[in-house]
Design a protein. Structure first.
Ligand code: PLP
Length: 293
């Protein structure tokens, strides 16, 4: 990651949005050692891809940010302020790169401080997909250890919130590397497809582009949402439903979708070669890059 811009948001103030955004040197120290994001991973975040200065799917990211805040009992984000922060960061990183990203974060705050949340927006150039192509990936299935109805039975586990506690997601990716793959599809202990550690699954089964519902405790994927909009625009059938692992194995093409990577085609699943639909992959990623909002 190459950091380009950094802004701190004054979340304790009700001043005009312009006055609540403080530009910093991107390498400047931002957090205290007692900030709950650092000591507990207690907070939420979003990463928006920026193409030619346009933050893509920003409304969907802000919706998800608000949803995560509610799930964690954090104060409701001031939407105009976060929107302003991302737009300013996106405009500033355009001078450095045609394809960048903005990560925006709200921490529960400093446990020795005022009680106000801490917020910042970091503009950066991601390593993944620097040239607009989405490389194909080897994927393994890993058990997440929960039943498919965990979000309903145990909401305190925060499945489906985009929290700062990603140590488990990163551990799953390291396990994938140990198994000779680059990515993961999590499954429930009762045999359903969930999501990747940082992506949403789309599987094409008997011609229908299929993803799984957020009721399973997975994130509503902004990239998957826009990929489905593009597919529907071309007249392709799409569906959101429970998908068993056995059914996934009948898919003739699978993609993992995320903001910084786009739609990455799966070329092997648990070591078994998988067919890649290069034509649809290129069309999907072109459609994602062409988004104007
Ligand atoms: N699921 C998880 C757990 C994620 O962390 C992410 C993104 O980082 C996604 C899905 C995909 O979301 P999006 O397409 O909005 O980037």
């Amino acid at each position: 990651m190459h950091t380009l811009t950094l802004h701190r948001l004054d979340l304790g103030s009700e001043a005009a949005v312009e006055d609540c955004l403080i530009g910093l040197d991107p390498h400047e120290t931002l957090l205290t050692a007692t900030d709950l994001s650092a000591t507990r991973g207690d907070g939420i975040f979003e990463t928006v891809v920026v193409v030619d200065g346009i933050p893509q799917a920003l409304d969907a990211h802000l919706d998800r940010f608000e949803r995560s805040a509610a799930m964690l009992d954090l104060p409701a984000p001031r939407r105009d302020l976060w929107q302003h922060a991302v737009t300013v960061s996106a405009g500033a990183i355009r001078a450095h790169t045609a394809r960048g990203a903005v990560k925006f974060v709200m921490s529960r705050g400093d446990e020795a401080g005022s009680g106000a949340p801490t917020g910042w927006a970091l503009g950066f150039a991601p390593h993944s997909r620097p040239d607009g192509s989405a490389p194909s990936i080897d994927v393994v299935l890993l058990d997440r250890g929960y039943r498919h109805d965990v979000a309903e039975t145990s909401p305190w586990l925060l499945q489906g919130a985009k929290t700062l506690s990603y140590a488990v997601n990163m551990a799953a990716l390291r396990e994938a590397h140990r198994r000779g793959a680059q990515d993961v599809v999590f499954t429930s202990i009762d045999g359903y497809v969930l999501e990747g550690p940082n992506s949403t699954v789309i599987a094409r089964i008997e011609g229908v582009y299929t993803t799984v519902p957020t009721e399973l405790g997975v994130l509503p994927g902004t990239t998957q949402g826009d990929a489905f909009a593009a597919l529907e625009g071309w007249g392709a059938p799409v569906e959101t439903r429970l998908l068993s692992v056995d059914e996934l194995r009948t898919a003739d093409a699978i993609w993992l979708c995320s903001s910084t990577r786009g739609a990455a085609p799966v070329r092997s699943l648990d070591g078994e070669p998988w067919s890649v639909d290069s034509l649809v992959t290129v069309r999907l990623n072109d459609a994602l890059d062409a988004r104007k909002a």
